[in-house]
Unconditional design. Structure first.
Lengths: 282, 195
């Protein structure tokens, strides 16, 4: 809270400047608009003055829009809490939206058919947005925790994963696994997941170690919401595209020479989004 | 002499050009709606930074939003002047609108430069991808709007924008206000609502 107050105070000269500039602009515009209106009244004489918006009204609306924008920025900076903040922001921007389409775009005074056309498209768009967000889920507003976890995933370092799958599938790779306990820990099978803790585009663990020359059963468990795959391009190894909630596996013949290789999701864009890890051969 | 600006009789009794513009804007709602919801779904899914909270400068963007809001006012004043047959003020406000639009574009260019310098590009992470695609398409709309405004200014200077064809300026105005309301939504959803 203190740091937020400090931020607010640090920014206050800037806010003051913006408000000052805004007021000056609004004043000038109002003055100019008033002049124009007087000219018009003089020239138009007794011509009917219907409820059509005048330049003065336009300027007043600009003032309202400006004030709403300032309120929006202020509530974000002083941080009134996510729960109240989001509805407040959405309502305020909806009011701005309404003023612009109603007055500046004249919908309030125009034929209803124009409004129907536009609002039809607008509501369709809102429906599409709701459907997209609903379908692709994972829409969590305060996602700081998710982000924090994703960076710790990067540093996560595991030689093998204790998962029930490992004990079930265990030792499928090599015959001499029984004789050498240490080898069987690093060979055998290994599970790598994606979509852990709501982070769609990351592998966990991001680094795995395997012993050179072994044969390892790799299990790819997709806990995310869309399809991913698992590939080690340099070794020509791949587990095919795995749908959300499914898992796939493959046997990797680890090369005899130590080295480090990237493993990725080969679906276009996913590697760039963060789906890349390293396999270290000891 | 054929006067293209009188408009012919239509079954609705409304100007078809204006109807077309409204239908186009409705379809543009769907276009931006998809981009905005993609951004909302994907912005917190990045495995690597920078993340939204790291690089947004809300006050800087507020000034941009303010500039674009004011350009809507100058736009409507320009149309209102033309409808009164006041060509001098039509041109002044038109130029002011184009100028504010250009300031907004310059601001966006600067913002993009800063973000790239901080390590966020179109291909850094999924936040970068969805952010740049969304705001980039909006910027493209603004750029097209500025060109339309300048061509209206040119037409007015050449005497080809008489009071009787104020519908032409009105259509450009509708497009321009739409670009403004899209920014109202983007400003709130992308910048103000914490990710």
């Amino acid at each position: 809270m203190e740091t937020q107050l400090a931020t607010f105070l640090a920014y206050s000269p800037l806010i003051g400047m913006v408000i000052g500039m805004g007021s000056a602009a609004a004043f000038l515009i109002l003055y100019k608009a008033n002049q124009m209106r007087q000219l018009r009244v003089e020239s138009a004489g007794s011509e009917a003055e219907d409820d059509h918006p005048t330049p003065t009204l336009y300027a007043q609306i600009a003032g309202i829009l400006l004030i709403i924008t300032i309120i929006e920025v202020v509530v974000v900076i002083i941080d009134i809490g996510t729960l109240i903040l989001i509805p407040v922001l959405l309502i305020l921007s909806a009011i701005k939206f309404g003023f612009v389409i109603g007055y500046y775009m004249h919908l309030k005074f125009d034929h209803k058919l124009f409004s129907t056309m536009f609002l039809g498209g607008l509501f369709l768009a809102i429906g599409v947005m709701a459907a997209l967000i609903g379908l692709f889920g994972n829409f969590t507003l305060p996602s700081d925790t998710v982000l924090a976890e994703s960076s710790s995933h990067e540093k996560h370092h595991l030689t093998h994963v204790d998962s029930p799958l490992m004990t079930v599938l265990g030792l499928s790779g090599s015959d001499d696994g029984h004789s050498e306990e240490s080898a069987s820990a690093s060979s055998g099978s290994m599970t790598i997941t994606s979509g852990e803790s709501g982070v769609e585009f990351a592998f966990a663990p991001a680094t795995v170690e395997v012993a050179a020359g072994e044969s390892v059963q790799l299990i790819f468990d997709n806990k995310g919401t869309i399809a991913h795959d698992f590939a080690i391009p340099e070794l020509g190894f791949a587990i095919e595209s795995t749908d959300a909630g499914q898992s796939g596996s493959g046997t990797l013949a680890v090369p005899a020479t130590p080295g480090t290789y990237d493993f990725i999701c080969s679906i276009p864009g996913h590697k760039e989004a963060g789906m890349v890890g390293q396999i270290v051969i000891n | 002499m054929h006067d293209e600006n009188v408009g012919h009789a239509t079954t609705t009794g409304l100007d078809n050009r204006k109807m077309l513009m409204w239908v186009f804007l409705a379809s543009d709602c769907l276009f931006f709606g998809s981009l905005i919801s993609t951004y909302m779904v994907m912005r917190s899914q990045s495995g690597v930074g920078p993340f939204p909270g790291d690089i947004f400068d809300i006050l800087y963007t507020s000034v941009s939003a303010f500039v674009l809001l004011m350009s809507s006012l100058t736009m409507v004043l320009s149309l209102s002047a033309l409808q009164r047959g006041d060509h001098k003020n039509t041109r002044i406000w038109l130029l002011a609108t184009a100028f504010l639009g250009a300031i907004f574009l310059g601001g966006q260019y600067y913002e993009f430069t800063v973000f790239v310098a901080e390590g966020l590009t179109l291909s850094t992470n999924i936040f970068g991808t969805t952010f740049f695609v969304l705001t980039g398409f909006h910027g493209t709309h603004v750029a097209i709007g500025v060109m339309m405004l300048l061509s209206m200014y040119g037409a007015s200077v050449l005497g080809k924008l008489p009071q009787s064809s104020s519908i032409n300026l009105e259509l450009v105005g509708l497009y321009w206000h739409f670009v403004d309301i899209v920014w109202i939504v983007i400003f709130t959803i992308v910048y103000l609502i914490p990710s």
